[in-house]
Design a protein around this ligand. Structure first.
Ligand code: AMP
Ligand code: MG
Length: 475
């Protein structure tokens, strides 16, 4: 770790965008797990990850060369209401290495903590760690995690829990809410320009020299968000808190909280128990993304004409539907576009809904041509049989061989997704100091298309009584 060097370009912006800060170390910090695959990308080897310095680095008691710890300011729309004074209340940015900005989550209070404690609990850290790796392995753009610490520091949520620190890594930590912050008060134009220039340099360098670089930046943010949400919907991911401060300017899945993967399909599923009105239900995610983009368009108004930005943001649903259909067509193994594909996908979703079919195992079985097994597990439901017959007819007309189709489908339909019941098992053991299942689950998360012989049970349809595990915002 001695030669590990970070840079902190963000600090060149106006000082109103951040506060310098320092960590509040945890008591008896212990490495619960580290991510060797990501570490290698950052130039760290296994020895460095297992060193006591790495634990100290995460705990804030060893500062890497060049690191200047700071918390970022941002605002945001939370559940539809504007909140001007958010910011990294429990995140501390350390600096950048390669293309990753490193950030500690849970390392204590910052200038933006308001009444809260600046901590993260082991439960939520494990969830973020495993889920971000799972999403990465499924090809969904996401922030990542390099490692997590457990400790003897007590943190109170709904009960007393273990305090933890997550070392997160992302190509950018700038949020839609960062722009909403820059738009506040005096000197809007200067602030928004500064932030937009920073984002162009950090994430959209190819646009820097363009004449209309700011409107082009907005357009690319819309396009990246379309891609992100289409991927979420196709894998059945529910974020749970799509506030504009949790939306990434680089189109990444950001701030893992009460998320869930879809189990028994229910398009109106709400995974966050604190979301009483279902604002962030599964089916609402695309609409909310568009709404957040409209909020971003307003924040861009000092540097680009607002109306064309809004017009582009309003194309979101059309673009999203097109991309979603492409992804679903891949999941179903279609090698060409056909007129009735959209209807066939829509019909499938209503069958999944009506029969309460577990989403991921269904596509897995379909990509192994196990039609009989689908019928046997789900029962002799006429709608399901009718859909399968239509599907068979559709794919039999294709030019490609069945084996080719199944091979393509098996590359895109995972055997494993991390269901909340699986994460819960890991958490219960980890809270007792046993991190062995955490390690195994990381392997599953990082290799979701592979066989994991010992863990067949995780690939089965989840029993109804376990499929109801939901989380609140508290983490
Ligand atoms: P979240 O819902 O986790 O995205 O957080 C929303 C806002 O609350 C952000 O400004 C967070 O930094 C802040 N926040 C959430 N939990 C805590 C905490 N335990 N301590 C300090 N700030 C927090
Ligand atoms: Mg957040």
């Amino acid at each position: 770790m001695q030669s590990f060097t970070l840079t902190t370009d963000f600090l060149a912006l106006h000082s109103k965008f951040y506060h310098l800060t320092s960590s509040m170390p945890l008591k008896n910090p212990k490495l619960a797990s580290s991510n060797l695959a990501l570490a290698k990308e950052l130039g760290l080897n296994e020895q460095a990850l297992l060193s006591s310095e790495f634990v100290e680095f995460m705990n804030g008691t060893f500062q890497a060369k060049g690191s200047i710890p700071h918390a970022m300011a941002y605002a945001g729309h939370q559940f539809g209401y504007f909140v001007p004074n958010l910011g990294d209340g429990r995140a501390i940015n350390l600096g950048k290495v390669q293309s990753y900005n490193l950030q500690l989550k849970g390392a204590g209070k910052t200038a933006y903590s308001r009444e809260a404690d600046g901590r993260a609990v082991l439960r939520s850290s494990i969830r973020e760690y495993l889920m971000s790796e799972a999403m990465y392995a499924l090809g969904v753009p996401t922030t990542r995690v390099l490692g997590i610490l457990s400790s003897d520091t007590s943190v109170f949520r709904e009960r007393e829990e273990r305090g933890s620190i997550v070392l997160r890594a992302a190509s950018s930590w700038i949020r839609f809410g960062s722009f909403e912050f820059s738009y506040l008060g005096q000197g809007k134009k200067e602030s928004v320009t500064l932030l937009a220039d920073f984002v162009l340099q950090e994430s959209y360098q190819h646009l820097k020299e363009r004449q209309n670089c700011y409107s082009e930046l907005f357009i690319e943010v819309v396009d990246k968000t379309v891609e992100l949400i289409a991927r979420w919907q196709s894998v059945g991911f529910m974020h749970g808190v799509m506030n504009s401060d949790n939306m990434s300017i680089a189109g990444l899945t950001l701030d893992y909280g009460p998320f869930a993967f879809m189990e028994r399909f229910d398009k109106s599923k709400v995974c966050n128990t604190s979301d009483y009105d279902g604002r962030y239900s599964f089916e609402n995610q695309p609409f909310i993304a568009q709404w957040n983009l409209l909020m971003l368009a307003k924040a861009f108004s000092p540097i680009a004409e607002q109306k064309p930005l809004e017009e582009y943001a309003n194309l979101f649903m059309v673009k999203y539907k097109k991309r979603y259909l492409q992804l679903m067509s891949q999941k179903l193994g279609f090698d060409t576009k056909e007129e009735g594909d959209g209807a066939l996908v829509a019909e499938l979703l209503s069958v999944l809904q009506k029969c309460e079919i577990d989403y991921t195992p269904f596509f897995y079985k379909l990509s192994h041509a196990r039609f009989d097994e689908i019928i046997a597990t789900e029962g002799e439901v006429q709608e399901l049989k009718t859909w399968l017959e239509k599907y068979e007819k559709r794919v039999l007309n294709q030019e490609s061989q069945e084996s080719e189709r199944l091979e393509c489908m098996q590359k895109i339909n995972p055997k494993y997704v991390l269901k909340n019941s699986m994460l819960q098992e890991v958490i219960e053991l980890a809270e007792q100091g046993d991190f062995s299942l955490l390690e195994r689950m990381l392997q599953i998360a990082q290799n979701p298309f592979d066989e994991h012989k010992e863990f067949e049970r995780y690939a089965l349809s989840v029993p109804k009584e376990l499929s109801e595990i939901r989380c609140s915002c508290s983490s």
